[in-house]
Design a protein around this ligand. Structure first.
Ligand code: AP5
Length: 218
């Protein structure tokens, strides 16, 4: 199965992709996570990307497409994958289409998650992440069992550099100016499933699973 998670920054793409990945046992591929790994390791690519990411701008297509290309060739993608944060530009979408067409792999659905910008700002200000395993938490809506510690791997939780209010607002501006229009492209070519983000993460998951005809086991 191939799914593309679509929507504004902070709408919940990563949280839902992670649940889908566990249920479908296919990898969750987040270009944001791949970029942050490169920034943390201080690679040449990470050093090039850092300034764009810290300000909330899009990283240039040659970098993101190169990263995506390398990740998608790994063996664990053979039975499908869930894309989170890619594509974000028409060039990236066209690259993905050409790649999938060459391999005769369909996109089963584009999952478009929506939420208004002010609710997104509130959510992102409370997000905490585990830099070791990329698990995502929230100080109110999705607390770890022990404050500041990742349930999954025991790592120390941090706040992302780009989760300051000014940068969140810039990321939203960039999304509306450069990425949102891709939805029209997908509506004309693919099966788009519209999910309205709910106050509870599990309510959003139930809605999404229903629309994807997947069994929700809780
Ligand atoms: P990326 O890492 O992709 O960030 P993003 O798109 O801004 O998305 P987020 O990870 O912030 O949010 P999300 O939708 O996954 O929400 P989450 O599930 O965490 O990209 C970062 C940067 O990398 C970009 O700005 C850009 O510079 C660069 N980049 C990445 N890909 C690129 C590309 N393809 N091209 C160019 N540049 C690229 O949820 C948010 C919070 O809300 C969490 O705390 C969660 O617990 C909580 N929450 C989620 N759902 C609910 C709910 N239903 N109710 C209550 N709380 C909820």
């Amino acid at each position: 199965m191939v799914l593309v998670m679509f929507g504004a920054p902070g709408v919940g793409k990563g949280s839902q992709a992670s649940i889908l990945s566990r249920t479908l046992t296919i990898p969750h591929i987040s270009t944001g996570d791949l970029l942050r790994e490169n920034v943390a390791k201080g690679t040449e690519l990470g050093n090039k990307a850092k300034g764009y990411m810290d300000s909330g701008a899009l990283v240039p297509d040659d970098i993101t497409i190169g990263l995506f290309q390398e990740r998608i060739r790994r063996d664990d993608c053979k039975n499908g994958f869930i894309l989170d944060g890619f594509p974000r530009t028409l060039s990236q979408a066209e690259y993905l289409d050409a790649m999938l067409k060459a391999e005769s792999i369909p996109i089963d659905a584009v999952v478009n998650i929506s939420l208004d910008d002010e609710a997104i700002v509130a959510r992102l200000c409370g997000r905490r992440v585990c830099p070791a395993c990329n698990e995502v938490y929230h100080i109110l809506y999705n607390k770890p069992s022990k404050d500041g510690v990742c349930d999954k791997c025991g790592g120390d939780l941090i706040q992302r550099v780009d989760d300051s209010e000014a940068t969140i607002r810039n990321r939203l501006k960039v999304y509306h100016a450069q990425t949102q229009s891709l939805l029209a492209y997908y509506r004309s070519t693919r099966n788009v499933v519209d999910v309205a983000s709910q106050e509870e993460i599990t309510d959003t998951t139930k809605q999404m699973f229903g629309l994807l005809n997947l069994e929700y086991k809780g």
